[in-house]
Design a protein around this ligand. Structure first.
Ligand code: NAD
Length: 357
């Protein structure tokens, strides 16, 4: 297979971690007989410095011409005082919109080797954690109309609208069922159907889509219970699918319980076009350029890319196994360092993973 990948290293630690992820991808491609064609594009602060715009038109064109996009991170203190529409983060929102990315896939995975970093009791996480949250990204109360403020009975009143149409629910449900098919084939749809009409439609449509996926076991859970169950027994979940508002909260909750922000990848996917693969952490300006960053979240984002953009499951698994072996052998970057382990920098961590592919 020939893979066309657009690289957007971005700001801060972005270039260092993307460099290591590319080295690992090259190694996997060589081993499995694939070729990779890279293009490079500017986004965020570096794009502002070069062009005055956090998302130049050439960047959008380069992303659209690729099969998949790998992003480092954007932002940093240098650009914090710019007006809102010229900030680095605007580039990120812009590219998600330009590529029509409506689903965010966030695995919250705790390797058993890092169980000490986890915020949950050791008996709950002795086998690690492996949950995937699929969040709808473009609808719900964040974008619903009408929105505004008005005087009602002499009191200033504000309102937002939670709204989903059946097609929006259908496409995120299909994507979540597809993700479940690549994992343990269990999907939990999270809603608030006991209270919200939007959730009742959500549930009906998810049930209807389930008929296309007889192999996947579908359950439903109210969001308040899901928030509790995630900390009580996270391993009861395989894939969770939910709307934008509930997903915003649950995906952060699931991520934080693992205790290691430098370990978590993500994917944002749309309808057919290239997806965007990136670590969930930011540009970590406090350690940028010091060879201290943990590249594993970006390396694991490449594994997601292989699995979701190219359906190359063995290749994705090879990366995940290599990461696990490096952890088993006791190598750690500063952010996940424990007593008795070997402290390594960003470059060495990347090399160690590549050597074990
Ligand atoms: P951050 O995730 O960049 O950093 C939080 C803390 O975690 C820092 O101490 C940092 O050193 C550490 N850290 C993060 N990633 C690490 C890694 N791979 N290895 C080792 N340590 C790591 O969040 P922040 O400090 O709130 O934000 C910094 C900048 O990043 C801001 O400009 C923010 O807007 C931007 N940001 C970008 C994204 C993105 O590009 N998707 C996401 C979040 C924040």
């Amino acid at each position: 297979m020939n893979m066309k990948i657009c690289l957007m290293p971005g700001d801060g630690i972005g270039p260092e971690i993307v460099e290591q992820a590319v080295a690992v991808l090259d190694k996997v491609a060589a081993k499995f007989g694939h070729t990779v064609e890279y293009s490079n594009a500017l986004i965020g602060g570096v794009a502002i410095d070069a062009t005055g715009n956090p998302l130049p038109d050439e960047t959008v064109a380069a992303c659209k011409a690729a099969d998949a996009v790998l992003l480092g991170a954007v932002g940093g203190p240098k650009w914090d005082t710019l007006p809102g529409d010229r900030r680095p983060e605007k580039g990120l929102l812009g590219i998600r919109k330009a590529l029509g990315l409506f689903a965010n896939l966030r695995p919250a995975k705790l390797f058993p080797e890092l169980a000490q970093a986890c915020f949950l009791r050791p008996d709950i996480v002795k086998d690690g954690i492996d949950v995937m949250v699929v969040r709808e990204l473009t609808g719900c109360i964040y974008f619903g109309q009408p929105v505004g403020r008005e005087m009602r009975d002499g009191k200033m009143t504000a309102f937002n609208t939670m709204v989903y149409d059946e097609e929006e629910v259908r496409r995120i449900a299909r994507l979540a069922f597809d993700a479940a098919m690549k994992r343990e084939k269990r999907l939990c749809s999270v809603d608030k159907a006991n209270v919200l009409e939007v959730s009742r439609l959500w549930r009906e449509v998810v049930e209807e889509v389930a008929k296309e996926y007889p192999e996947v076991e579908l359950t439903h859970m109210y969001v308040d219970n899901a928030a509790m169950q995630l900390v009580r027994n996270p391993n009861q979940f395989d894939v969770i699918v939910t709307g934008n508002l509930f997903g915003d909260i649950l995906s952060d909750e699931a991520a934080v319980i693992t205790g290691s922000i430098g370990m978590l990848p993500s994917a944002s996917l749309g309808a057919g076009g290239p997806g965007l693969y990136e670590p969930i952490h930011g540009s970590a300006p406090d350690i940028a350029g010091q060879n201290k960053a943990n590249p594993l979240a970006t390396i694991l984002s490449v594994a997601m890319m292989l699995r979701y953009a190219f359906s190359l499951n063995d290749e994705a698994q090879a990366i995940e196994n290599a990461v696990q072996r490096v952890l088993q052998e006791g190598y750690r970057t500063g952010d996940i360092m424990e007593e008795g382990k070997s402290l390594v920098g960003c470059n060495t961590m990347g090399n160690l993973v590549a050597e074990r592919i």
